[in-house]
Write a protein that binds this ligand. Structure first.
Ligand code: THU
Ligand code: ZN
Length: 170
């Protein structure tokens, strides 16, 4: 039996993809500014205190920086039926759409998403897909519950080999 796997078939992170994300983050963080990201982080932690999560007791607060420079807020909101729960990231994206971002800026309006989760984690898989609907890539900032930044990454790192609007010709 031939067990040889052609390396070109393997879909893994490449040095190029890692360096491209490093470059994207360096450029975006420099352009947005760490001071501004810190303010967004504090605001995400404040939004976390507005979460309605009586079932999981897992509060999530979010701020979204749009390419137009506006900031939108989000928090998770649970329902007794569970499956209708809004995630904080999703709520911030919807707030931006309702404020007219798509009309003004177009579909790709997300520049940075700043999330305060109790466990210092990144947006869930569903939220990653929702974010990809509104950017090709964005800065993802993870925030501790005290409002300090615990880590920074980008959406392409969190959602590699993604199915995106471009696969549907958009
Ligand atoms: N949650 C979010 O708001 N965002 C995520 O990406 C992860 C999960 C919320 C949903 C639910 O209210 C609680 O966290 C526990 O899953
Ligand atoms: Zn989510």
């Amino acid at each position: 039996m031939d067990t040889h796997i052609s390396p070109s078939l393997l879909r893994l992170p490449t040095n190029e993809s890692i360096e491209s994300s490093r470059g994207f983050l360096a450029k975006e963080i420099r352009s947005i500014g760490m001071a501004r990201l810190s303010v967004l982080a504090k605001r995400a932690a404040k939004n976390r205190s507005l979460s309605y999560s009586p079932y999981s007791n897992y509060c999530v607060g979010v701020t979204l920086l749009s390419t137009s420079g506006k900031v939108y807020d989000g928090a998770n909101a649970e329902r007794a039926s569970y499956s209708e729960t809004d995630h904080g990231e999703e709520a911030a994206v919807t707030a931006a759409i309702l404020a007219g971002e798509v009309k003004k800026t177009g579909r790709k309006f997300v520049r940075a998403i700043v999330v305060s989760h109790a466990s210092n984690t990144a947006p869930c898989g569903r939220c990653r897909q929702i974010l990809l609907e509104h950017c090709d890539d964005c800065v993802v900032v993870m925030v501790k519950i005290d409002g300090s930044i615990s880590g920074i990454t980008n959406l392409k790192t969190l959602l590699p080999y993604a199915f995106s609007p471009s696969d549907l010709g958009k």
